[in-house]
Design a protein around this ligand. Sequence first.
Ligand code: NAP
Length: 318
Amino acid sequence: MAEQHPADSVRSLVIVGSGISGLSAAVYAARAQLAPLVIEGSEPGGQLTLTSEVENYPGFEDPILGVDLVERMKKQAARFGAQYRSDDVVRVDLSQRPFTITLGRGGPVRAHALIVASGARARLLGLPGESELFGRGLSSCATCDGAFFKDRVVAVVGGGDSAMEEATFLTRYAKKIYVIHRRKELRASRILADRARSKSTIEFVWNTRVTAIHTENSLVSGLTLEDLETHETKELPLDGLFLAIGHIPNTEWLGDQLPTDDAGYLLAEAGTSETSIPGVFVAGDVADRIYQQAVTAAGTGCIAALDAEEYLAEHDLA
Ligand code: NAP
């Protein structure tokens, strides 16, 4: 249930997003006694909650579940005074100070400083009816949904690290996994590509794009594929389709108040989390086109909190 904070007239710091970047910012800001308010958003805990085991977060010799890592961080920040509100930010007004943050359910919140840590979401192919098929054979998270495809035939679209990880993970369940990639070379790192290549149940389909998703009884039942060299098309019957074609930064609620790059990722001053608006800072995948790792999200969350702390102290607003 959403917590109510009567003292919400003006907060020192509001953090939008409760993934690793937002929570890391919350740990640092709370420890600096800024009592940050974290607006959790529509996917509390962020993308790490869609993964299973995390093996590359420093400090954990044994794998830790993504949801557990997030939960620990949330409690860690709460111990120092971070507060959480289970709500979505609909829009924000950065043209006047303090900033006004309009929420979907609760009343507006005003803040002297804002950390934008709203993350990114899975990219879709843009085919008709695609979004309605989520949960009906279409997924962007093998670790969440792979178990539903035991002894089934599935495909993964993409040629990056995510596609390799998804396909490799799916070998635990599916009897056959096609990796459909629009080029001949993989973008994925060598180690993940080699791991996928070594699996006998994974078959790569090169130079190919998906032009249609077919359904039977409203469930995914097959694809139409186009060979991008010959332009020949063919049908591929299957039971599940996993999309691993990158992400889109979640910035709609900001309108065009902050500058972005051509892919929509927010831009920060080099080496800092500062944006073009003093008092507004960025952290995590919403401003990270390249690395998109839990540990880089944590690092930028820390940077944003330190920058916010300095800004608030300088302006006597803490
Ligand atoms: P990515 O590296 O951007 O790869 C996206 C893939 O999807 C590319 O192969 C791209 O094709 C393809 N693609 C994009 N749009 C498409 C479309 N409309 N139709 C068909 N294919 C399309 O994204 P990612 O794999 O999600 O990785 C994102 C970042 O996270 C990367 O920096 C990656 O290294 C990192 N990551 C790391 C790990 C790990 O280390 N364990 C795991 C997952 C992700 P092209 O190659 O032709 O562009």
